[in-house]
Design a protein around this ligand. Structure first.
Ligand code: FES
Length: 161
């Protein structure tokens, strides 16, 4: 990672935005990267505006590297005001926002965020909302502690490398 990118990542994670569980979220998505072991969960809350359902706010929790945290922080800001379809179409380089282009070895960090976002925005997740029948643990850490990820009782999408 070059110095400039390292500096931007450090700035973004010094005060990451939208960290934590969102109690009143409408949908939630979780992904894991089987290669590096990072995991990310993202919550989304919608609101109506001019007859359209748009993203009001989003938050995340991550057992990810600094780059994934920085991208998630920026992405949760960038998707506000977009429809689910618009946010779904955002590419990893768009979600990285002001970090700019990521080096090849760090692109999967942004893809992790994109994966969690797409999982949260999927019609299935929106339909399930907070009432996911399998009952999500309150936090990503709780999920792991309870062994839910292992038992398959929550829907974790593992990204293809
Ligand atoms: Fe795997 Fe960043 S190193 S998500």
């Amino acid at each position: 990672m070059n110095d400039e990118l390292q500096k931007k990542v450090a700035e973004a994670i010094r005060d990451p935005k939208n960290v934590g569980e969102m109690a009143d979220a409408d949908s939630v998505g979780t992904v894991g990267n089987s290669e590096c072991g990072e995991m990310l969960r993202l919550w989304v809350k919608y609101r109506e505006q001019d007859g359209e359902k748009i993203i009001d706010k989003a938050s995340f929790q991550s057992f990810g590297c600094e780059t994934a945290i920085a991208v998630a922080s920026l992405a949760t800001e960038l998707i506000q005001g977009k429809t689910a379809d618009e946010a779904m179409e955002m590419k990893p380089e768009e979600l990285s926002g002001e970090l700019g282009p990521l080096p090849p070895m760090k692109i999967h960090c942004a893809e992790l965020v994109q994966g969690a976002l797409r999982d949260a925005l999927s019609p299935e997740s929106q339909a399930l909302g907070q009432a996911k029948p399998n009952g999500l643990a309150p936090t990503l850490r709780d999920s792991i502690n309870e062994g839910q990820a292992k038992s398959g009782s929550i829907n974790i999408q593992f990204l293809d490398e």
